[in-house]
Design a protein around this ligand. Structure first.
Ligand code: A3P
Ligand code: MG
Ligand code: MG
Length: 392
């Protein structure tokens, strides 16, 4: 029962030699192999400033504090400094990798890396077996044996994200407001300025989504070494420079019945992988009313989630995901050809996931490639400065 199989049907898409199809596994019958996943270890961290400029400091790191029950998540909505959604390119992650290589040059640098991507991309790949709603597209390149993956947002999808209706927008804000109630700029034990005058109890400061703290880790899925980066919401206690005190914050509607419970259990799959991939050991969920009042706060240990949902109606098995993803990434590496056209352009491939069906792969044509380069100084979707660093 191979998790990945080729399907002749799709061989009619624009690049017949290139079209490949990876079907979704049947999760009710699949007997997954146990593919090992190595405990992630942090290589470097960085912050985005209020101008959304990347800097290699921990200026955006926040410390966990218990949020008061009854907190109103609509507080400060009209002062939300909102970062527009953009194509979220891979550049900042490559900057971090480049810095790690430079800093450790005398220590031998990095070993061969099989996959480089943001954590969000890897979460999408891992949850394919259970995803029955949201499609996605990735840009894929293979350079010197390393797969680079970035999400490809179509113009339509970008417009959609930037034009959320009022309800969606305020629900999204609730998530960020919860982060404000749960965090402080000062480490525990250090004198803080106290409660912000005029603000509700526990409010950590107005929401500015340009500001982010990110961790870049290395890990290994099966025999593939990976480097992933992603945002970490806060740390509990002191920052150790490792992932052991990381905390992920989430909000979710208060559970009132079997159906809510099942929906929540399904959602835990995404919470699980999002945290698991960066080695985040704890997830703090703020349950809220539809109007955004925090009713309860519950702590989940990331590694205990799979056992919690086992044999439940919304059950999922992370081994199914790890097995599928590892097969998928291996096949991608085999099939995506590292065909550098010359020193200034390289092939880019597009992976397109359709829920319940699978992932199709094809090489981009000239027009699509132009769209990926987007008039910027890039080779495929890699910034040219990075290309110049890694090309042999
Ligand atoms: P919730 O976590 O309470 O949903 P993250 O949880 O990944 O740290 O993200 C923080 C908040 O950003 C989320 O809060 C949610 O409000 C918003 N958010 C994250 N991903 C999103 C997405 N794909 N679409 C809409 N909002 C998103
Ligand atoms: Mg976050
Ligand atoms: Mg969060």
């Amino acid at each position: 029962n191979p998790p990945v199989k080729q399907n002749e049907e799709t061989a009619t898409i624009s690049h017949p030699q290139a079209a490949v199809f990876f079907s979704c596994p049947d999760v009710s019958t699949m007997k997954p192999k146990a593919v090992p996943f190595q405990q992630p270890s942090q290589l470097i961290s960085f912050s985005y400033t209020p101008e959304h400029v990347q800097e290699f400091t921990d200026s955006a790191l926040r410390y966990y504090v218990d949020p008061p029950l009854g907190s109103r998540l609509n507080y400060g909505y009209d002062r939300w400094v909102r970062k527009p959604d953009d194509r979220g390119r891979i550049d900042a992650l490559l900057k971090a990798i480049s810095k790690v290589k430079r800093d450790s040059a005398r220590g031998g640098g990095l070993p061969e890396i099989a996959v480089v991507s943001w954590r969000g991309v890897m979460t999408k790949i891992l949850t394919v077996p259970y995803e029955n709603r949201d499609a996605w597209e990735l840009n894929v390149m293979l350079v010197n044996g390393t797969l680079y993956l970035e999400e490809h947002l179509t113009e339509d999808r970008l417009r959609e994200k930037n034009n959320m209706d009022a309800r969606q927008r305020s629900q999204t804000y609730y998530g960020y407001a919860f982060e404000s109630y749960c965090t402080s700029e000062t480490p525990p034990g250090e004198a803080s300025a106290g409660n912000i005058p005029g603000a509700p109890l526990g409010w950590g400061g107005d929401v500015d989504t340009h500001i982010q703290w990110c961790s870049v880790v290395r890990t290994k899925l099966g025999d593939m070494r990976m480097i992933m980066g992603g945002e970490v919401d806060c740390v509990k206690g002191k920052y150790t420079g490792q992932t052991d005190t990381f905390v992920e914050l989430k909000t979710s509607l208060t559970i009132r019945g079997r159906q809510d419970e099942e929906r929540f259990e399904r959602k835990l799959l995404k919470f699980y992988f999002q945290s698991f991939l960066l080695g985040v050991p704890e997830i703090v969920v703020g349950f809220r009313t539809p109007a955004g009042v925090v009713t309860t706060v519950q702590l989940f240990k990331t590694i205990q989630l799979p056992r919690m949902v086992r044999d439940k109606p919304g059950a999922w098995d992370p081994l199914v995901c790890l097995d599928w993803a590892s097969g998928f990434l291996k096949e991608l590496t085999q099939r995506v050809v590292d065909d550098r056209v010359d020193d200034t352009s390289a092939s880019v491939w597009r992976a397109r996931f359709v829920p319940g069906k699978g992932v199709s792969m094809m090489a981009l044509d000239a027009k699509e490639l132009e769209d990926v380069v987007n008039g910027e100084d890039r080779v495929g979707f890699l910034p040219r400065w990075y290309w110049d660093e890694i090309k042999e």
